[in-house]
Design a protein around this ligand. Structure first.
Ligand SMILES: *Cc1c(COP(=O)(O)O)cnc(C)c1O
Length: 357
């Protein structure tokens, strides 16, 4: 029972397709599909059927990992920030999860664990992101400590890139990791989507793409289309009213747009109450009946306006794409001073989701 035309449409077929693109870039590396934050806002349960060709799945949330484990018994499921208490460690072992270890505290938890089952560990090294990870100076020592834990089955060394999408690139962090490991020859996991796209997998045991799965490019100068990726989410609505303006008429709260001549505008059912941000600027594009049109005035909670002067057939009930098919979310996000990741993860509860295969 919905009285508003806004919908998030999830194209499951696009996920299958994007997985095949990822597989090509990954070479011999195993692929963890990153599905944290409820599958980047798409709904983990909705997209789950499209994830079967991946070698493993990676999440932050124990709840999500638990859901995934109820769906399947054996595929690796990685907890990207590991666990923070003995209770969580026990739960993770029960669920047969793989664990990131990024701090001395987490090593202690494993040292104090006398579980008869054991876990695969991803030892995270801080090579310059300065967010999570043990110091490069202590990697060898941490590695040895983990080797001595009866609860540890295997150790992969992992790091996360801060600049894979920009001109600084990954070499500076790779160099730090190499130096930290010295003569140790161990399996590693490094690449996110941007690193896979720009540098492909470099002898990694595991790569960890996320945003690509959803058909979005993480790199400003490389379009998803040119990479052969297809958007999984399309946020769609309709025009619910039109207004004919004269020169000098203003639109919306605060009148941040003033018509310079006679213009026709459409009012779209969608606003920041749906996850279409208030920070979206005048001129941000939407697709009205497939044609680009600029938004005008401030986005309100439930609606915003679009200039449809040049689209003569536009009327009430005309389709409006806010982002997705034909209008990359990464491009739209730039008009709100943010990135596609944030828009995707912020669609609100009141927006109905519809899936097709
Ligand atoms: C989120 C995340 C990824 C995936 O990053 P994308 O830019 O979405 O490909 C990979 N590794 C870690 C540790 C992450 O937290």
């Amino acid at each position: 029972m919905e009285n508003r035309p806004i919908q998030a449409i999830i194209n499951r077929g696009a996920i299958d397709h994007n997985v095949s693109v990822i597989k090509k870039l990954s070479g011999n590396a195993n692929v963890f599909g990153v599905v944290k934050a409820d599958g980047y806002g798409h709904g983990l349960r909705r997209i789950y059927p499209g994830l079967s060709a991946l070698d493993g799945l990676a999440v932050i949330e124990l709840e999500a990992a638990s859901y995934l484990r109820t769906q399947e018994a054996t595929r690796p499921i990685l907890l990207l920030e590991g666990v923070f208490s003995p209770q969580e460690l026990n739960d993770a072992i029960q669920l047969n999860l793989d664990l990131v270890v990024h701090s001395d505290r987490q090593i202690e938890l494993l040292e104090q664990c006398d579980s008869s089952s054991s876990v695969n560990i991803f030892l995270k090294v801080n090579t310059g992101m300065n967010r999570l990870g043990v110091s490069p100076k202590h990697v060898v020592q941490c590695y040895r400590a983990l080797q001595n834990c009866i609860a540890v089955k295997s150790i992969t060394v992992m790091t996360h890139y801060a600049d894979a999408d920009n001109e600084r690139g990954v070499d500076w962090q790779d160099a730090k990791l190499l130096q930290a490991l010295g003569s140790m020859d161990v399996p590693v996991s490094k690449s996110n989507s941007a690193a896979l796209i720009r540098f492909e997998s470099q002898n990694e045991a595991w790569v960890r793409p996320g945003i690509m799965l959803y058909g979005v490019s993480p790199i400003e100068s490389i379009s998803a289309l040119s990479l052969g990726l297809r958007p999984v989410m399309t946020l769609k609505s309709e025009i619910i009213a039109t207004q004919d303006l004269n020169a000098g008429d203003r639109v919306g709260y605060g009148g941040t747009y003033t018509a310079q001549s006679n213009v026709r505008i459409g009012i779209v059912a969608g606003g920041y109450g749906d996850g279409y941000p208030r920070s979206m600027k005048n001129g941000a594009p939407v697709l009205v009946n497939g044609t680009r049109a600029p938004i005008v005035g401030r986005v309100s909670m439930d609606s915003f306006a679009v200039d449809i002067t040049h689209i003569s057939q536009a009327r009430i009930n005309s389709d409006v794409v806010l982002w997705g098919e034909g209008l990359p979310v990464e491009e739209v996000a730039q008009h709100a001073g943010t990135i596609g990741y944030e828009l995707l993860t912020r669609v609100t509860q009141r927006v109905p989701f519809v899936c097709f295969d």
